[in-house]
Design a protein. Structure first.
Length: 95
């Protein structure tokens, strides 16, 4: 699978959805084969993966929200998206 590039528009797979555990209030990603407990930052990334925003736009929004350099956050976003795409939980729509 190609690496996500800044102009790709990530979108959550149609069979996956974000959810909040009603007991623990932790973010979850539900999909037919299971459940992933998400860290806050992963949930923030996924909440922006609606298929309209590019990876660069998602990164810029997260830079405004979290501490860290643009380069660090961009690296973390790319790593997260690569891992989720490898599992088929997001699609990377090319320009």
């Amino acid at each position: 699978m190609p690496l996500p590039i800044e102009s790709c528009r990530p979108k959550l797979a149609g069979y996956a959805r974000l959810h909040t555990d009603p007991v623990t209030r932790r973010p979850l990603l539900l999909y037919p084969e299971g459940v992933l407990q998400l860290e806050e930052t992963t949930a923030a990334i996924l909440s922006l993966c609606e298929g309209n925003s590019t990876v660069a736009e998602i990164t810029s929004r997260l830079v405004e929200r979290y501490e860290g350099s643009h380069e660090e956050i961009a690296r973390d976003v790319m790593e997260c998206l690569r891992a989720l795409a490898a599992r088929g939980l997001i699609r990377l729509i090319e320009p």
